[in-house]
Design a protein around this ligand. Structure first.
Ligand SMILES: Cc1cc2nc3c(=O)[nH]c(=O)nc-3n(C[C@H](O)[C@H](O)[C@H](O)COP(=O)(O)OP(=O)(O)OC[C@H]3O[C@@H](n4cnc5c(N)ncnc54)[C@H](O)[C@@H]3O)c2cc1C
Length: 342
């Protein structure tokens, strides 16, 4: 398609991570890895931080890292629409429906230990189409499970997670919906144009939204205070009780902020190691996963898409080796742990 590239409203701005004494070493190690890989990131002492951003309370900050180039935010819906339009222009056939099940061929094999293992090949995807009384079977060569927070439900449809105790089939895709709130607030005297995306040592974060003194921010709850994910209602008390005190402590002018609106969404949360799952299932070789990105899927989407394309096209990764993100890590207990996740 000979159209101009879509403007995704990219807003260049650095990410500013703050750490307490406790987290300073990890921040410094992360900084070193990022520099080695060519990222333009700098470390700031509390004094340097105060000089650069005088509106920050640096009282309990031991160290900060700040991105100098190629960081920022953009409109994810515009990016998704642009990728979709490009794919359609290149001949991709699009059909909208809900996956309701799979028809599989099963082959039993016996391991060296004499245990039976069932290998499956998906032959058809059963799709529930809008305005259709009957489900439609769709023949397929391969299936990619990109169902986000619902990807575990889709995996269960071909038996993943429901085998005999102790069997490989018993190991489920460890992804579930976790409700997260984003609050938009107004503070006319707040940080201006050079306001970074600030991630506090407490986990609270915020960034500027436009130029009119508006900001968005939030905080992931601790594991034992996860909100009920059965609906997407916003807990406004959560902001008052948990988020606002942290923001106002870090940016004293936020004492006078006013919440204007809020929304809730689902993180596609991988309960095992909070990282994406990329690759095939060892017992269902024509089922690929690209899911479980745990709240950082947007920034990883281009690399994840390319990785799956490489696997399908070449049978292996050809640019970045992402084997450690495969389903096998749940079988062999090899978590991919990342430090300082927002
Ligand atoms: C509040 C919040 C803030 C976030 N902030 C960031 C951020 O700053 N940076 C970042 O990188 N990421 C962020 N994320 C995470 C990011 O949005 C996700 O990781 C990303 O959207 C995952 O993309 P996906 O395509 O894998 O899944 P999704 O975008 O969730 O898409 C999954 C799709 O599968 C469909 N589906 C589900 N079940 C079926 C079925 N049975 N049949 C057919 N279709 C089905 C769903 O309808 C949906 O359209 C945030 C998420 C939330 C909730």
């Amino acid at each position: 398609m000979n159209e101009d590239p879509i403007d995704v409203q990219f807003n260049p701005s650095g990410y500013l991570f703050l750490s307490s004494e406790k987290g300073a070493q990890i921040l410094e190690e992360n900084y070193r890895v990022q520099r080695e890989q060519g990222a333009k990131v700098s470390l700031l002492s509390p004094d340097q931080l105060k000089k650069k951003f005088p509106w920050i309370n640096t009282q309990d900050v031991a160290l900060a890292s700040y991105g100098l180039e190629n960081e920022g935010w953009f409109d994810p819906w515009l990016l998704l629409s642009a990728l979709r339009r490009k794919a359609l222009s290149m001949g991709v056939l699009h059909c909208h429906g809900e996956v309701a099940g799979f028809d599989c061929a099963t082959q039993e094999m016996i391991t060296e230990d004499g245990d039976p293992v069932n290998f499956k090949t998906i032959k058809q995807v059963v799709v529930q189409m809008q305005n259709s009384l009957e489900n439609q079977p769709v023949e397929c060569m391969a299936v990619i499970n990109t169902a986000g927070a619902w990807s575990s439900k889709v995996a269960e449809m071909c038996g993943i997670g429901s085998g005999n105790p102790g069997s490989y089939e018993e190991i489920r895709l460890p992804v579930e919906p976790r409700k997260r709130y984003v609050y938009m607030f107004h503070c006319p005297n707040g940080p201006g144009l050079d306001c970074p995306l600030l991630i506090d040592s407490s986990g609270a974060y915020f960034r500027r939204e436009g130029l009119g003194g508006n900001y968005i921010g939030g905080l992931s709850p601790p594991e034992d205070e996860e909100p009920d994910p059965s609906n997407l209602e916003v807990d406004h008390e959560y902001f008052q009780q948990k988020v606002w005190p942290l923001l106002a402590h870090r940016v004293p002018v936020f004492e006078s902020l006013k919440v204007k609106s809020a929304w809730a969404g689902y993180y596609d949360y991988n309960t095992y190691d909070q990282n994406g799952i990329i690759g095939t299932h060892p017992l269902v070789p024509n089922l690929y996963f690209s899911c479980g990105f745990s709240g950082h899927g947007l920034q990883q989407a281009p690399a994840a898409g390319r990785a799956i394309a490489e696997l399908m096209h070449h049978g292996r990764f050809t640019t970045l080796d992402l084997s450690s993100f495969g389903f096998e890590r749940f079988i062999f207990q090899q978590p991919v742990l990342e430090r300082n996740i927002v």
